[in-house]
Design a protein around this ligand. Structure first.
Ligand code: COA
Ligand code: ZN
Length: 309
């Protein structure tokens, strides 16, 4: 049965990039290998950025070299520039995810470049990649920026047109610090679907203000099909004040199952894997279903209580 909604797992990249501890390479590889048997068609396995900027993901090359490549699973690498694209190709990434922010201020803080610098980099990346990998382009802070606030729709649409003109084959709209709301999501998805076919649009929400799942549902109802989510609800941009975790994968899969949407993902396997995260990173994770169990996981009545009519 084909999935009604496509969930791309981003925990190995977005989830781990903000963690204060550096997870050892073999532990990352084991995490990705366990994720790739749970039904994901797409996993963002790491990034190829400056190791001074994101020390937690400095071992991207080794991670990509060591993971088991499974038929039908696309392994994605996030990149900021040509150097990142070259490293991603060298590491045999199936898809390269170029990132720039809608907010020029956040782009300068996160990428050390203005829009022109990033767009020139994208042109170089397209030329370098050719047909050797798929090229996705993410527009971060597409629903709001922690420095600039609201991002005007006209600017977002112009930047997406530029992405497409420069060779991006698919687009991600990212809500870097959870500033979206369902009304804004519906409006923005409707406009962006005028430029990008639904099969080539991904929405990336953070749950920073508790609106992650409701934003996914608003996006789905507005026509989007592809969503990023992170195991345990880990995640966040290290260069965005107040950043916190992505929409939690197992919470989203649980929601989809409860309302009858097929994700193709193994919820029980996700919950079991999510429960291993606290020992991996040294603190509890924000996801809720792994803590509470599924709604159908009933409990026995406490000893000593007699049920009478
Ligand atoms: N992979 C590895 N190293 C890279 C790199 C890449 N893709 N791109 C640049 N570098 C190295 C440079 O060689 C340089 O190294 P050196 O100091 O040893 O000479 C160093 O990183 C700095 O690069 P520079 O070109 O001077 O630019 P910068 O300091 O302004 O950094 C970026 C620009 C884009 C490389 C950096 O801001 C970055 O990696 N940002 C990504 C942030 C991120 O991942 N955010 C979360 C995801 S959206
Ligand atoms: Zn993110």
């Amino acid at each position: 049965m084909s999935a009604d909604i496509v969930i791309q797992e981003v925990c190995p990249r977005d989830g781990l990039q903000i963690e204060p501890i550096v997870v050892p390479t073999d532990v990352k590889v084991a995490l990705i290998d366990r994720l790739s048997v749970l039904g994901f068609r797409r996993i963002e396995a790491g990034s190829f950025v400056s190791q001074k900027a994101v020390p937690a993901l400095a071992d991207g090359d080794a991670v990509f070299r060591s993971i088991v490549r499974r038929e039908g699973v696309v392994f994605v690498a996030l990149i900021p520039n040509l150097r990142g694209a070259e490293r991603a190709l060298q590491a045999d990434a199936d898809e390269v995810n170029f990132v720039m922010s809608a907010s020029e201020t956040h782009n300068r803080v996160n990428m050390g470049m203005d829009h022109q610098g990033s767009l020139s980099a994208l042109a170089e990346v397209t030329a370098a990649i050719g047909r050797r990998a798929v090229l996705n382009a993410t527009l971060a802070t597409a629903f709001g920026c922690p420095f600039e606030g609201e991002q005007h729709e006209g600017k977002v649409l112009r930047l997406i047109e530029t992405y497409l003109r420069l060779g991006a084959q698919s687009i991600t709209l990212a809500d870097t610090t959870g500033m979206a709301n369902p009304k804004l999501v519906r409006q923005r998805v409707k406009s962006v679907l005028g430029l990008v076919p639904r099969a080539q649009l991904t929405l990336h929400f953070h749950n920073t203000r508790g609106l992650g799942l409701i934003n996914v549902m608003a996006g789905f109802e507005a026509g989007a099909l592809r969503f990023d989510a992170s195991l345990g609800g880990l995640g966040g941009c290290p260069f965005a004040p107040g950043a916190s975790g992505n929409v939690c994968t197992e919470d989203l899969v649980n929601l989809c199952r409860e309302i009858g949407l097929n994700t193709g993902l193994d919820l029980e396997g996700l919950i079991a894997l999510s429960r291993t995260l606290p020992s991996m990173i040294g603190h509890p994770v924000p996801g809720q279903v792994a803590r509470a169990g599924r709604a159908c996981d009933l409990h026995s009545v406490p000893l000593g209580i007699t049920l009478t009519d």
